[in-house]
Design a protein around this ligand. Structure first.
Ligand SMILES: Cc1cc2nc3c(=O)[nH]c(=O)nc-3n(C[C@H](O)[C@H](O)[C@H](O)COP(=O)(O)OP(=O)(O)OC[C@H]3O[C@@H](n4cnc5c(N)ncnc54)[C@H](O)[C@@H]3O)c2cc1C
Length: 460
């Protein structure tokens, strides 16, 4: 199930050589996972020490995970400041916020200097509300941002949003003026090219079958064993296959659809080159224009895998094409009959507090990991690559002492309780999202289950 983003990115490549691992190997660092996290980390390590021998193994092809399946909203991490401050201190929290702005600059810079067609749109992202109950919850967030001297969020009324997006479905919102929108597939495939040019060895179609928590650690694959000084697990939701990482995060899929190019129609309705926007449901909906005049929509709260069986995901989305079309129609009614080019879904790795987690495996300090982006990983994965590189180099610096390097938690139960509980919480969220729109309050049982909802990166 390749997203149109990945299909487009692969089409634009002149040659695409897949090299699976076919022998034993000794390297300085082996990275498991060829998405943004793995590729940025490999590039960062090579920038710091060009002589370092770095290899990546990827079970499919680079970008086949979430990195080419996402909606392309590259968001700064300012909204996480209050929580980061709570678990560390003000200056460490601000360091992460600033690092996220630098990460957006890095996306621009690496695209420019390596001719990556990231299709950056500076039209920003709007957080909107589609009903009274979901409106105004950003007031608290905005006053907190003021306290941190962050001025990149601006409140918009219905009229202004309508002017900017052509949609009258949002009754109010906040624009994030530091955010950009990108072509996620071109970015991840571009990072692959940059990593290869820097001498990183990339073995695709090479799943890790066993992780040796030894000194030095080992990574086994079907046709060869890699012995490395350090192992980086950049496996995103698939981190749940690592027992030590399983209970700190859960995975739920998000469904997505993309239309065929309709630039003239988008110009007519005022959505060409416009900001993308998301609503304020817990199971968030988002809609954005692409630079070639398509529209992409997403709806979270899809398929819930049992344990780490992410690859058992059916070859279709949880919602039908018609349901995704209804999302599109609710924001832009005139697009209801537009041809949909593709639908797909992808995993979201959620931690309970919505912050990613980085660290060393408690069972082997030579194995480091980063995951739990909770729905917004484009920017944090670049921030995380600094952290992972410093962990690999055993440095004691601002990255290894940052609040995202933290002990693993046991927030989520083992199976089958996780799957059963997950479905109950999922129903409670669906009920709340529906009742909010009917102007009704949830009952005590729904309220009880809602307390187990993992936090999101959006203002709440
Ligand atoms: C539909 C959707 C919409 C999203 N929208 C946004 C958005 O608008 N903005 C945003 O910031 N974020 C968004 N995200 C989240 C974002 O895509 C991720 O946080 C980000 O891509 C994480 O990058 P990653 O490299 O950690 O993960 P991935 O890109 O998934 O990379 C992990 C890789 O590890 C590989 N792997 C797993 N197990 C093994 C193994 N055993 N051996 C070898 N390789 C293995 C996988 O194949 C995969 O390629 C969205 C996600 C989805 C699914």
């Amino acid at each position: 199930m390749q997203s149109p983003w990945l299909q487009q990115a692969l089409l634009s490549e002149s040659a695409h050589n897949i090299t699976p691992l076919d022998r034993d190997l000794k390297v300085d660092v082996v990275i498991v996972g060829g998405g943004y996290t793995g590729l940025w980390t490999a590039i960062e390590l090579k920038n710091r020490d060009p002589s370092m021998d770095v290899a990546i193994i990827e079970k499919d092809i680079c970008g086949a995970g979430a990195s080419a399946a996402n909606a392309g909203f590259a968001l700064p991490m300012w909204l996480q400041l209050p929580l980061l401050e709570k678990i560390s201190n003000t200056s460490k929290a601000i360091h992460i916020g600033r690092a996220s702005i630098a990460a957006i600059d890095d996306i621009r810079e690496i695209s420019l200097s390596n001719d990556i067609d990231t299709q950056i749109s500076h039209s920003n992202t709007i957080w909107g509300a589609t009903c009274e109950k979901q409106s105004g919850h950003w007031d608290k967030m905005l006053s907190l941002m003021e306290a941190f001297q962050v001025h990149s969020y601006q409140v918009l009324d219905k009229h202004k949003i309508q002017q900017m997006t052509g949609s009258d479905s949002l009754i109010a919102g906040v624009i994030d003026t530091a955010s950009i929108m990108i072509h996620p597939g071109n970015l991840v495939r571009g990072l692959r090219r940059v990593a290869l040019n820097k001498g990183v060895r990339i073995f695709e179609k090479t799943p890790m079958t066993k992780l040796g928590r030894t000194t030095p650690p080992t990574v086994e694959t079907t046709k060869g064993k890699i012995t490395a000084r350090k192992v980086v697990l950049a496996m995103y939701g698939w981190s749940l296959s690592i027992p030590e990482l399983r209970r700190s995060a859960m995975v739920m899929f998000t469904d997505a659809a993309m239309t065929v190019p309709i630039p003239d129609k988008l110009r007519d309705i005022g959505f060409y080159d416009a900001p993308g926007f998301t609503d304020s449901r817990t199971f968030i909906e988002s809609i954005r224009p692409t630079s070639d005049g398509r529209v992409m929509v997403t709806k979270s709260g899809g398929w819930l895998p049992f344990g780490d069986r992410l690859d058992a995901c059916p070859e279709y989305t949880c919602r039908s094409e018609n349901e995704l079309r209804r999302v599109l129609e609710s924001y832009h009614p005139s697009l209801k009959d537009v041809e949909i080019e593709g639908t797909w879904c992808g995993p979201i790795d959620r931690t309970m507090d919505g912050l990613p987690t980085f660290g060393r495996l408690p069972t082997c300090p030579h194995i480091v990991f980063g995951y739990g982006y909770s729905g917004a990983g484009i920017v944090p994965s670049r921030v995380g690559s600094h952290i992972l590189a410093s962990l690999v180099q055993d440095l004691k610096d601002e990255w290894t002492s940052c609040p995202l390097v933290r002990p693993l938690k046991k927030d989520f139960p083992n199976e089958p309780f996780r799957w059963i509980g997950g479905h109950i919480v999922k129903s409670a969220i669906e009920r709340k999202d529906r009742l909010d729109h009917e102007g009704l309050a949830v009952g005590p049982i729904t309220k009880f289950w809602l307390q187990f909802t993992p936090k999101s990166y959006k203002p709440s």
